[in-house]
Design a protein around this ligand. Structure first.
Ligand code: ADP
Length: 176
């Protein structure tokens, strides 16, 4: 089971997988960080699909996920999920919503025949979720899902910064 999970350091827009996940915001209209990088590299096809989703359901709620084309990216699809903004006074809710962002992205992946999927470190940038806690939640949620579902063959955690890369490596080294 462990070998279904891979950790790499780099830019998720370069990753060739059936789907890459975007740490979007509720508007789905793009933003900074990984969201900006995905829209820049993927081109206008992604934004056009986001507008269609907005017309249909008014955006994407925190913890939920929607799917668009991958546009010019090597990935076929982008799954946009919205992680929570970290809140010390509401930390249990934030943890729960972060787990939902991972599991709902995987659910959307399965609904669309995705077998390989790459995740960025959702909420650990502009949304300030503590990296160590976010990594524990991400790994636990993905493992739980992979145990229950055989369709997804590979999950790649794409870490941008050194700290996240080290955290994920140490969480996953023991079960590869
Ligand atoms: P959030 O608003 O969910 O915190 P951010 O985009 O600010 O989203 O950050 C999420 C994570 O994505 C951070 O760990 C950040 O370092 C990382 N990141 C930024 N650019 C990229 C990229 N091109 N590829 C992969 N990860 C990225």
């Amino acid at each position: 089971m462990g070998s279904k999970i891979e950790v790499i350091q780099g830019d998720i827009t370069k990753v060739k997988a059936d789907a890459i996940v975007n740490a979007a915001n509720t508007s789905l209209l793009g933003g900074g960080g990984v969201d900006g990088a995905i829209h820049r590299a993927g081109g206008k096809g992604i934004l056009e699909d986001c507008y269609k989703i907005r017309e249909r359901q008014g955006g994407c709620k925190t913890g939920e996920a929607v799917i668009t084309t991958g546009g010019n990216l090597p990935a076929k699809y982008v799954i946009h999920t919205v992680g929570p903004v970290w809140s010390k006074s509401n930390d249990q809710k934030a943890r729960h919503l972060l787990a939902n962002a991972y599991s709902n992205s995987l659910k959307v992946a399965v609904e669309n025949g995705v077998e390989t999927i790459a995740f960025p470190n959702i909420s650990t940038g502009i949304y300030h979720f503590p990296k160590s806690e976010a990594a524990v939640i991400a790994v636990a949620t993905v493992k739980y899902f992979l145990n229950a579902n055989q369709q997804v063959k590979k999950v790649i955690f794409v870490c941008f910064d050194d700290e996240n890369y080290r955290l994920y490596q140490s969480l996953l080294t023991n079960d590869q």
